[in-house]
Design a protein around this ligand. Structure first.
Ligand code: GDP
Length: 357
């Protein structure tokens, strides 16, 4: 499953946020038998469309899409030089699909910062830069190890030339202080770059851990990316409440949605993901697919047999399904389409697959 690594300097609120995430996560409801590592939290992606579908088909249960967050403790200055722990942190990040960096915007004289900084010194851009520098340095090391090997292999195998070329271009780009993701690349180059296992090629989300009274404020972008304002302290409190109490508390605070809900959604779209739905008596369920996935690939998310034996899909767009009151209504109105293997699935499609076993 797709995972997002939570990183950040010490004392920025990572653990507070992670604990809040796991407490409210869909874990108990949807993964009763799963063994999950203590540093992994599976979080529901809120989607109001699920309830609308459930109002039509009255299923036994509703199963939302999920994203997995991994708490990667203690990425610190110098990690890329570190033999032991530093390397371990970087190895953990390497296994995730995206990076979520928590940045300290709150000011609290009682919460220490790293050595040499006073506790109330707030410098989000500088902090983000410290972490990015470590990631960039780690990537330069990765490339410097791979390039000589690639050069040797490329002499024998001509097909490796593009990968070698992009690796060389990337190392220059990184040495200028840039992250890999911002380099101009063709689709083929990007595919080759993915095989180089770079940390800074991963999508990055910045979470601004702000003071309570700064929640509504518009924040300046970091490295061209708009941070998501979250107050970890409030999220920790919210995670202790049931849904009704939490809604009440949010209203009192004058906030529309919990920051974690916003984070789960942004994370989902940052990863280039979308949902299609299945709707039946047993369950209404959101299935996660990459944007651009075709019908057989979408079927394969349910079961690999569905992909292998794919014949066709019955598809209604979400809007039609809701407006026309479900499958029968769509059929009567001629809005239930039969789609073949080249159909590119749209976000929100309600689907039913026909397949050979
Ligand atoms: P980590 O080292 O990044 O995992 O940080 P923690 O989550 O352990 O938080 C470090 C300290 O900051 C703890 O004492 C938290 O209670 C405090 N803290 C976390 N979030 C906030 C916040 O939004 N506001 C304030 N004032 N303190 C916070």
């Amino acid at each position: 499953s797709l995972s997002i690594g939570i990183v950040g300097l010490p004392n920025v609120g990572k653990s507070t946020l992670f604990t809040a995430l796991t407490k409210k996560g869909g874990l108990a409801a949807n993964y009763p038998f799963a063994t999950i590592e203590p540093n992994v939290g599976i979080v529901d992606v809120p989607d109001s469309r699920l309830q609308k579908l459930a109002d039509i088909v009255h299923p036994g249960r509703i199963v939302p899409a999920t994203v997995e967050f991994v708490d990667i403790a203690g990425l610190v200055k110098g990690a890329s030089e570190g033999e032991g722990l530093g390397n371990q942190f970087l190895a953990n990040i390497r296994e995730t699909d995206a990076i979520c960096e928590v940045v300290r915007y709150f000011s609290d004289p009682n919460v220490m910062r790293e050595v040499g900084r006073t506790a109330d010194f707030v410098d989000p851009a500088g902090d983000a830069d410290t972490i990015m520098t470590e990631l960039i340095l780690a990537d330069i090391q990765t490339l410097e190890k791979q390039i000589p090997k690639l050069e040797k292999e490329a002499r024998r195998d001509k097909e490796l030339a593009p990968k070698l070329a992009v690796a060389k271009r990337l190392v220059d780009w990184l040495n200028e202080g840039n992250r890999a993701a911002t380099m101009d690349m063709t689709d083929d180059e990007r595919a080759a770059a993915r095989e180089l296992f770079l940390l800074t090629l991963k999508p990055i989300i910045y979470v601004a851990n702000v003071d309570e009274d700064a929640l509504g404020e518009d924040l300046a972008p970091i490295d061209g990316i708009k941070p998501i304002p979250v107050c970890a302290k409030i999220e920790a409190e919210l995670s202790e409440l049931d849904a009704e109490e939490a809604a009440e508390y949010l209203k009192d605070l004058g906030i529309e949605a919990s920051g974690l809900d916003v984070l789960a959604r942004v994370a989902y779209s940052t990863l280039g993901l979308q949902s299609y739905f299945t709707a039946g008596e047993m369950e209404v369920k959101a299935w996660t697919i990459p944007v651009g996935a075709k019908a057989p690939q979408a079927a394969g998310v349910i079961h690999s047999d569905f992909e292998r034996g794919f014949i066709k899909a019955e598809v209604a767009s979400y809007d039609d399904y809701v407006t026309l009151g479900g499958e029968a209504g769509c059929k009567a109105a001629g809005k239930l389409r039969m789609e073949g293997k080249d159909y590119v699935v749209e976000d929100g499609d309600v689907m039913h697959f026909r397949f050979n076993v």
